[in-house]
Design a protein around this ligand. Structure first.
Ligand SMILES: Nc1ncnc2c1ncn2[C@@H]1O[C@H](COP(=O)(O)OP(=O)(O)OP(=O)(O)O)[C@@H](O)[C@H]1O
Ligand SMILES: [Mg+2]
Length: 342
């Protein structure tokens, strides 16, 4: 109890100025009404005692309130709350209670977000290292075998060099994709939007990619695009989108073909890349746009995929205020589409 009183008195010194001010005011009032200095020897100590008691009482109340707030803050710091409703203050502090609850919710969300970011980052580094290891080990293996004598064996030396070159190619594709992703995510990717003619643009991309379809004996065609139809976007980045989608369509199609369909609406143009390939199971459709996600890892890697293509596609299309839609049926085929402004 003495301890408490000592604390109250210590706390009271913060209100000493107010104490003096009130006391002087009250004495002046008494003086004004009484008009003489009679009884002042009684009045002065009386005023001082009453004011001192009042201020000590208020200081005590305030100290208790602050102790309540302090204990809540300590509990938050020691992670003792799981839910904001566990934070309870006295009724006269309800506004402060609401503010603390909101702060608690915000910092909880921030921490959750940071943890998620950290997890994504670690996963990304693990994935990158894993993807880099595969081609580097392969190249290392072929070169060492060649150095250990295979270089003089005309039956294998060319094949080994070709395989090493193939993996070097994969490595360079992977690095390009990674550079793209890091540019997109750091906001460094410069976009340059303008209107351009769609028909010659798509035809030239098809020309460039035709050899890939020919190699697999499948068709690559485009529906007729109205002459003079213009769309608005970044030509170079959209080319990356179309190449990625067409490459996927060819990669995951064994028979039939790939068709680019352009549909003109009033304000938009929809571009669809349709294939008659292996398709994607419905439960995986939501995940294929994640970085490094592949439906069938072994199969995708065998055809040189790292699972970065669609995440780049998604970012670029979203930078055009649009979104990539996908429809697919296993064993029948897939269709990826997005809209562009006219
Ligand atoms: N047209 C398609 N048909 C069937 N599966 C597809 C098709 N497009 C994408 N996928 C599936 O989605 C996954 C992710 O595609 P994404 O383009 O991101 O990666 P990738 O083609 O494996 O590798 P990368 O594009 O980086 O070379 C693929 O691994 C594949 O399983
Ligand atoms: Mg791909």
């Amino acid at each position: 109890m003495w301890n408490d009183l000592r604390k109250d008195l210590k706390f009271y010194r913060y209100y000493f100025k107010e104490f003096l001010l009130f006391s002087i005011l009250q004495l002046l009032i008494v003086l004004a009404f009484q008009g003489s200095l009679n009884n002042l020897l009684i009045i002065i100590p009386l005023v001082l005692i009453i004011n001192f008691s009042a201020i000590v009482y208020l200081a005590k109340k305030r100290r208790k309130e602050l102790a309540e707030v302090e204990s809540i803050i300590n509990n938050i710091r020691n992670n003792q709350y799981d839910h904001p409703d566990e934070i309870i203050l006295s009724e006269n502090l309800s506004a402060l209670e609401q503010a603390i609850k909101q702060m608690f919710i915000k910092s909880k969300n921030d921490i959750e977000y940071m943890r998620k970011l950290q997890r994504v980052r670690s996963e990304f580094i693990a994935n990158v290292s894993h993807e880099l290891r595969t081609p580097i080990f392969a190249i290392q293996g072929y070169i060492e075998t060649l150095l250990n004598g295979a270089i003089d064996d005309s039956r294998v030396n060319k094949t080994f060099l070709e395989k090493a070159a193939h993996h070097t190619n994969n490595l360079s594709n992977l690095l390009n994709d990674l550079i793209n992703i890091s540019m997109i995510e750091s906001g460094e990717m410069q976009m340059s939007f303008r209107y351009f003619d769609l028909a010659p643009y798509i035809n030239s991309i098809i020309e460039e990619m035709k050899y890939l379809a020919d190699e697999k004996n499948i068709t690559l065609t485009v529906s007729s695009v109205r002459d003079g139809l213009q769309v608005f976007g970044d030509k170079e980045r959209l080319k990356q989108v179309l190449i990625n989608l067409i490459q996927n369509a060819i990669k995951y199609t064994e028979k039939g073909g790939v068709k680019i369909v352009v549909e003109e609406e009033k304000k938009f143009v929809t571009i669809r890349v349709k294939d008659t390939g292996i398709g994607i199971p419905e439960d995986q459709l939501g995940r294929i746009f994640e970085r490094f996600y592949r439906v069938d890892k072994a199969r995708s890697r065998a055809v040189g995929g790292t699972g970065l293509g669609l995440s780049i596609v998604k970012h670029i299309v979203e930078a055009h205020d649009s979104r990539v839609e996908v429809k697919s049926t296993v064993g029948v085929g897939s269709e990826f589409s997005f809209k562009l402004k006219k």
